[in-house]
Write a protein that binds this ligand. Structure first.
Ligand SMILES: Cc1cc2nc3c(=O)[nH]c(=O)nc-3n(C[C@H](O)[C@H](O)[C@H](O)COP(=O)(O)OP(=O)(O)OC[C@H]3O[C@@H](n4cnc5c(N)ncnc54)[C@H](O)[C@@H]3O)c2cc1C
Length: 436
């Protein structure tokens, strides 16, 4: 049964998968746009209709020998936490990132070809691994969040499926600074990347060690004795993928760097616990809401050089609400930076309170100098901040494309990407929250 709080929230915020915001129709791509159109083992690509779900795509690739007569098994490499219920089309138009993105890349690294039905006609991008034929159309269309047209077909890269080569690891560091320095070195040392690469800050570490029952084991006491103190220590976990020797070497290198930064190995036990709930943990959200406990997530991208400042500033704002748990992790990492993912868990009484709090966090993210979103996209809730965040000139490119593809505003009207927001609802970069 749907949660009443969520329904109210959906109606007030004008976001819902059930109702088009301004009337008209809603397309459910999961009904008839779910086919695999072709599989090309020579190019290692798969072409699908946009409504195919994550599990159906992954199953088709895992079963490539049986289904397509392929020599090998393959994987899509894209596993967002919403994997079980999201579709390829949604991944692409919101510029999503799976939990294994540090090795496989985000969806924007995986797409070769897209086909859109737009109000001004059919649009097909070219299917090559790269080209230098003007601005990149594939990238321009990804992130359009349904405002330019309906994505109907996608060609994605396929990766060799070799789960037997996976090497799991987990380490505990004495503090956030040591852990962050270790993560940066792992990403910059050019020895290959882990697939899942996830570092929790002290507050999240405390919660995770509790959830994964480490608190009930002798390890808990050992950590204290060795100086890894609660609410200072940081948990780092993940696993490697790829060819056997590559995967082993990446794991070996991670171990070496972790040790150099004071990391203590917790073996693969914690990683396996995380894996068990990696897609299902969010199901708790609705149950918690039934008890008035609200949780939501906001995330952004930072460079290594401003990570500390963004982490501190955003968390300070989150913690202004008393009795709130605020956990933070990075889980999509690059040589030049990473995402920061904030989760709050708090008691709330109504949607007004939720929106007020949500706005303060978004505003703090924007003013801290981080990218407004690493992979959740913009939608309607983040839309008032987009123009201020990108700058007028850059934002006008998004608007000009909207004008080209959808001059009568048929596609996702009602605030997505801020495209039809009244000017007074647009929030400038330097605008104090009290004026908003
Ligand atoms: C619990 C939870 C965990 C999540 N974890 C992650 C994560 O790990 N990584 C991540 O990247 N995201 C995550 N998300 C966000 C979301 O699931 C993803 O952005 C996902 O890619 C959206 O896909 P969907 O099929 O659910 O799209 P929807 O939510 O149905 O649609 C998203 C937007 O895209 C538009 N759209 C969808 N399909 C098409 C199409 N074919 N053509 C044109 N427009 C279209 C819709 O109109 C809408 O504006 C999470 C969300 C939840 C609720």
């Amino acid at each position: 049964m749907a949660c009443p709080f969520l329904i109210t929230l959906g109606k007030v915020a004008n976001f819902s998968v059930l109702y088009p915001t301004l009337g008209g129709i809603t397309l459910d791509m999961r009904k008839r746009f779910t086919k695999v159109l072709s599989f090309n083992e020579i190019d290692q690509t798969i072409t699908v209709q946009a409504g195919i779900s994550g599990p159906d795509l992954e199953e088709a690739l895992n079963e490539a020998p049986e289904r397509f007569g392929a020599k090998r098994r393959y994987t899509c490499g894209h596993f967002p936490q919403s994997f079980e219920y999201s579709c390829v089309g949604g991944w692409v138009v919101t510029r999503g990132a799976g939990q294994n993105s540090t090795y496989y890349g985000c969806i924007t690294d995986m797409v070769l070809y897209q086909r859109y039905a737009t109000p001004v006609g059919d649009l097909k991008t070219s299917p090559y691994p790269r080209e230098a034929t003007g601005p990149n159309l594939n990238q321009l269309m990804m992130g359009s969040e349904g405002c330019y047209g309906v994505l109907t077909e996608v060609t994605l890269k396929a990766f060799r499926y070799m789960p037997q080569n996976r090497k799991r690891f987990s380490f505990i560091f004495k503090n956030w600074a040591d852990a962050r320095d270790a993560a940066r070195e792992m990403m910059q040392c050019e020895a290959g990347n882990a697939s899942v690469f996830r570092l929790s800050d002290p507050e999240e570490t405390s919660l995770m060690l509790h959830l994964y029952n480490v608190d009930d084991t002798p390890l808990h006491g050992l950590l204290d004795i060795r100086g890894y103190k609660d609410m200072e220590r940081c948990l780092f976990l993940g696993f490697t993928d790829g060819e056997k020797g590559f995967s082993r070497n990446v794991a070996k290198n991670i171990r070496k760097i972790a040790k150099r930064h004071g990391g203590m190995s917790l073996t693969s036990f914690v990683t396996r616990s995380w894996e068990k709930g990696r897609f299902t943990d969010p199901y708790l959200r609705d149950t918690m809401m039934d008890f008035g406990v609200v949780t939501d997530t906001l995330e952004c991208t930072v460079n290594w050089s401003n990570m500390l400042a963004v982490h501190e500033q955003v968390r300070e704002v989150c913690h202004r609400l008393p009795n709130t748990i605020v956990t933070t992790h990075m889980s999509h990492c690059y040589p030049q930076g990473a995402n920061l993912y904030f989760i709050f868990i708090t008691k709330m009484h109504d949607h007004e309170e939720f929106f007020r709090y949500h706005r303060t966090i978004l505003d703090a993210i924007q003013k801290s100098g981080a990218a407004l979103s690493h992979h959740h996209g913009i939608g309607k809730m983040f839309a008032p901040w987009l123009k201020g965040s990108l700058g007028e000139n850059a934002y006008n490119i998004i608007k000009a494309l909207k004008q080209h593809f959808d001059p009568t505003n048929m596609m996702n009207p009602g605030g997505t990407l801020g495209l039809d927001l009244p000017e007074e609802q647009v929030i400038a970069l330097d605008q104090p929250l009290s004026d908003q």
